[in-house]
Ligand binder design. Structure first.
Ligand SMILES: [Zn+2]
Length: 76
């Protein structure tokens, strides 16, 4: 169940820089993000490809379906 990463050129700065989960935007400043792969994108001739990160288990969008429903009903 590998999701397609968003276009690197369209990522908000925190997600692009690995400060936030690439999927849900949860802050990864205080937790260890999990590598989510490499997002690709171009702005003109500039290759914007970058390694991006996602929530580790138990955080943000990486909580189980039941936990996520309880704690973040409207998020992710
Ligand atoms: Zn997340």
């Amino acid at each position: 169940m590998k999701r397609e990463l968003p276009d690197a050129a369209s990522l908000p700065r925190p997600r692009y820089s690995g400060w936030a989960c690439v999927w849900c935007g949860h802050s990864l400043m205080n937790v260890m993000g999990v590598p989510a792969g490499r997002a690709h994108g171009w702005i003109g001739a500039h290759d914007m490809s970058v390694e991006v990160f996602q929530c580790p288990p138990g955080v943000g969008c990486a909580t189980g379906p039941d936990e996520a429903a309880l704690e973040h009903p409207a998020e992710c």
